[in-house]
Every structure is written in C-alpha cells, then in structure tokens.
Write a protein that binds this ligand. Sequence first.
Ligand code: 13P
Length: 301
Amino acid sequence: MKNKLVSEILSLKNEKDAVILAHSYQPPEIQDIADHVGDSLQLSRTAASTESEVIVFCGVKFMAETAHILSPDKTVLLPEPDAGCPLADCIEVPALLSMQELYPDALTVLYVNSPADVKAESYACCTSANALEVIENAPSDEIIFAPDRNLGTFVSRKSDKTIHIWNGACRSHAVADLPDMKCRMEEWPDAELLVHPETPPEAWELAHAVLGTGGMIKHVGESSAKRFIIGTEEGMVYRLRTLYPGREFIAGGNIYCYNMKMITLQKILDSLRKLEPVIELDPRIRERAYAAVARMTEITG
Ligand code: 13P
C-alpha cells in the first residue's frame, strides 16, 4: 500500500513538474520521498531557486507562505491546510503596531515563524540559523524581536543591542521535558545534548550546544562524539540518523509537533492530483512581506 502510494506520488510529481520540500520535522516516510529536506532557511532558499512549476510544501503554513512569498509565480501546495503553527499564531498586526509605537526607534526583526501580514509590518525576517546575524546587521541599536521569547532571549544574550522581546513561544519546544533530558544524559554520559533555541533557558544550561536544526546537522558533522541527545522535534532524530548512519541519536525532552505530523503520503498524492490546497496571499501583503524576507537573504547571503 505504502509502496503504491509512493510510486503514484513520484510519477505524478514528474507529470506535474513538481518539487517536494520537507522540513526535518516531517515523518520519516515523507522525508524519504522529498526532493529536499531542510531547515526553514534552506527550504526558503530552495523555494526561491527552484525551476519547478509546483512546490509541494511538507511543513506548516508559515513555511509554505514563505515559499509563496519568494516564488509568487509558482503554485505552492500545502497538502494539509490546517497544519498551522501556534507560535506564528501568537502575534497579530495590531499588537505589533502598538509595540512599534512604544519603541519608535526600534527596527522589527521577525522570526519567520509568523503570519505573512505581520511579516509585512517588519523590517527583516530571520530564522533560528541567522537571527543574530540579522539583528547585528539591522541599522539600529534598538530592535523589536518577535514572536519567540526564547529565541529572542538567546540572541539578546549575544548582542549588545537593546532588544524588546515579544512574549510568544512554541508550544512544543517551550514545554520541553527537562527531567527527560537529564535522564537521557545520565543514561548516555558520553552523548552530547543539542537543543533548539526555542527551548527554555534551563535547557540551554544543560546542553553542549544550542542550535537550529541546520546548525545541529553541521555540528554533528564536525563533532568527534558518537552519540547525541536531540532536544528538538523528534523528526530531527530520523533526519540525523539518515545523514549519519554511523552515529547514534536519541530523542530528548519529548518534543513533538502535532501540526508537522498532519501531512501524510495520501494527502500529498491528493494534493498533487487536484493541485490544491494552494497557498495564496493578498498581493499587497505578499509584496511587503517579500521585502522583509528578501532583507534576510540580502543580509545572510
Ligand atoms: P529551524 O529554523 O531550525 O528549521 O526550526 C524551525 C522551527 O519551526 C522550529 O520550531
């Protein structure tokens, strides 16, 4: 059954000139059929450069919206339209505008995990991989950072700028199970603990390194350790096992994103057959959001 689904997806993908992009938090069977698996930054770069007419985005809504912002002439499909992001949903335009009124000299640096209309009101976007670089290069010593308070706190500790941090959080990372991380560390004392900056500061204190998902991949490649405890969404454990079959990866902190797991092979097939659900944005919002996303790519190359 699974093989039949996979072969139908692959043949339809060629017929429709589609590319399948998957975030590293996607379930294994989806990572396996994707043309590109990556972090938010890599996927937005791939979306901007692909020649394919159709992008099937296996991730959550803000990621598919970012692909559409960067590739407006392509058809961007999100196979499960309800795959949202509670972190993105914790910021809305009127509230950001009020914060901007409070700090009129500050530039807004917005984590891409945010809605398109809020991106449209921002100076620049960033991902967990480049948040510090974007902040350091923004032409103001005063920054509003939104919506993730943990990532904001993490970068504010590395920057001399005044950073006003929005009080939002990822529902999966912010409640990371620290006793579980400690247990894994006791069980595997030779393992390195890697945690995502969306986890709370108490997790960073336990960890050997605090990194976005792309940073974790790079770190493992450069480390001499044989075992790693992975303090981010558990899909990342499969991604790392695929990339580094000689190493051992253990999930730590019970971090699970239900939205990321809403995409299934059947939904990808249906989406390719019908060429829907298509991600669409008001063109005025899209253009202004593009300016913020483009500024991130200008700064970080
Ligand atoms: P990355 O930027 O590391 O891909 O993380 C994306 C994300 O949504 C974390 O919750």
